[in-house]
Design a protein around this ligand. Structure first.
Ligand code: AMP
Length: 188
């Protein structure tokens, strides 16, 4: 029996476990996990032109410009492996990016079919992020990333709820339980 195509976004604050879950789900669903944060970190570590442009913004906890991000995502979504579905991790992060994503997908005839919100209490987020200690995870940067999330990204929750796409999943559980919860949410 053919499985229905998953074209989904994982939404959640920094430290909510989106990246980990996207990887696990990608393996189980056999579709790519597209992480814009990973793509940008790779560009920075390789010293590409894109990397040089985004390095400072990333280090400060801010958001890379929407126009630049739309180029990155457009190129990635046109690769062959994204035809059978995808999980986006870290994109969209603004209302403008959500609109861009809609128009990119509309062109290919495959609209989003789910947006999963990973819910994790704020105190847990800060503890997790500080424990993770990436270069951009100093405590003040962690707080800035959370502030930016609340200001720019959280409005997407209502945006997708209005469209009937939002599925809320408790992200404050064992990793495997969260994965199972998301798989149920994607089916629903
Ligand atoms: P992440 O690993 O998803 O938390 O992303 C790490 C950093 O990359 C973010 O703090 C932003 O500076 C940048 N970034 C990743 N995705 C986006 C996006 N969709 N829009 C703007 N900036 C992004």
């Amino acid at each position: 029996m053919a499985r229905s195509t998953v074209r989904a976004v994982l939404l959640g604050a920094p430290g909510s476990g989106k990246g980990t879950q996207a990887e696990l789900l990608a393996r189980s669903l056999e579709i790519p996990a597209i992480s814009t944060g990973e793509m940008l970190r790779l560009a920075v570590s390789q010293g590409t032109e894109l990397g040089d442009r985004v390095k400072g913004t990333m280090a400060s906890g801010g958001l890379v410009d929407d126009g630049l991000m739309s180029e990155v995502v457009r190129e990635r979504l046109t690769l062959d492996d994204a035809r059978g579905g995808f999980l986006l991790d870290g994109y969209p992060r603004t209302i403008q990016q959500a609109a861009t994503l809609d128009s990119l997908l509309e062109r290919d005839g495959g609209a989003l079919n789910a947006v999963v919100l990973l819910e994790v209490p704020e105190g847990v987020l800060v503890r997790r992020a500080v424990a993770r200690r990436r270069a951009d995870d100093r405590e003040e940067v962690v707080r800035e990333r959370l502030r930016v999330y609340h200001e720019k990204t959280e409005p997407l929750v209502e945006h997708y709820e209005r469209r009937g796409l939002l599925r809320r999943v408790d992200g404050n559980r064992e990793i495997g339980d969260v994965t199972a919860g998301i798989l149920v949410a994607l089916r629903g």
